[in-house]
Write a protein that binds this ligand. Structure first.
Ligand SMILES: C[S@@+](CC[C@H](N)C(=O)[O-])C[C@H]1O[C@@H](n2cnc3c(N)ncnc32)[C@H](O)[C@@H]1O
Length: 237
């Protein structure tokens, strides 16, 4: 294949030829995020709700309540369903929501979904890279369990670095369920076969993935018998 000319040729040569999606995403999640024929089905609210065992609304609300109208918030990866529209509504006309995603197909899809909503920008970007600006808040919804542990470290570090003094990063994701959780055997199979990088989060706190933890106050809530967690890292004002 010929190497691309023009602006792409100035990027990392491998990324310019292969596209910017990391290997783990191509190998594990092409069916879920990179195949454009699957996106409209997976984007349905009822599918999102089923995947989260009926907890989607509760978990979204848990994240949204951390932000105030007028906040400038970064969402570092696209999320299926009404998530971004509802977050933009929460931030209101004076707020700003920037949605990034590493996959161009997700960016095109999300741009169509969010078209015309004031204060929203959608652009391609890797959550492991420096954000490049300071924000009031970061809203990271079910991204960490989909990346290898070394990427978890890079992503958490970059996102925490972007939080302004007095701001916060919110992580909503899987968590190790209670020992007698009735879904534990099923989720164990799901993690082994479909979500292998989620295993790195079991029995480990999100703040253990970063050496920036000391600059933040951390709090955690768990949901649905411990299968899900919200972790909030607040930077001192
Ligand atoms: C937020 S996660 C999972 C969200 C959740 N499962 C849902 O319902 O959509 C999925 C997104 O993360 C994106 N992604 C994966 N690795 C990324 C990275 N390093 N930087 C930015 N986006 C990334 C994928 O392209 C995908 O669109």
């Amino acid at each position: 294949m010929n190497k691309p000319q023009g602006p792409l040729s100035r990027l990392d040569p491998e990324a310019a030829v292969m596209g910017p999606e990391p290997d783990y995403l191509r190998k594990t999640y092409t069916w879920a995020y990179l195949n454009p024929r699957h996106l409209p089905f997976l984007d349905r609210g009822v599918v999102v709700s089923a995947i989260l065992w009926g907890n989607a609304n509760r978990l979204m609300e848990a994240a949204f309540q951390e932000f105030q109208p007028g906040d400038d918030v970064l969402q570092p990866a696209a999320v299926y369903g009404p998530f971004s529209k509802r977050l933009a509504k929460r931030l209101g006309a004076d707020g700003r929501l920037e949605v990034r995603d590493v996959a161009p197909v997700q960016i095109a899809f999300t741009q169509r979904k969010m078209a015309g909503i004031p204060g929203v920008t959608v652009r391609q970007g890797n959550a492991a890279d420096p954000v490049g600006r300071q924000v009031d808040g970061v809203c990271c919804f079910f991204l960490l369990h989909e990346v290898p542990d070394d990427w978890k470290r890079r992503i958490i570090g970059s996102l925490l670095d972007a939080v302004r003094p007095g701001g916060k990063a919110v992580f909503v994701d899987y968590h190790q369920p209670a020992a007698l959780h009735p879904l534990r055997p099923i989720m164990s199979g799901v993690f082994h076969w479909l979500e292998p990088y989620a295993l790195g989060m079991m029995g480990k706190e999100i703040q253990e993935f970063t050496d920036r933890a000391g600059a933040f106050t951390w709090r955690k809530e768990t949901y649905f018998g411990g299968l899900y967690q919200k972790v909030v890292a607040e930077r001192a004002a």
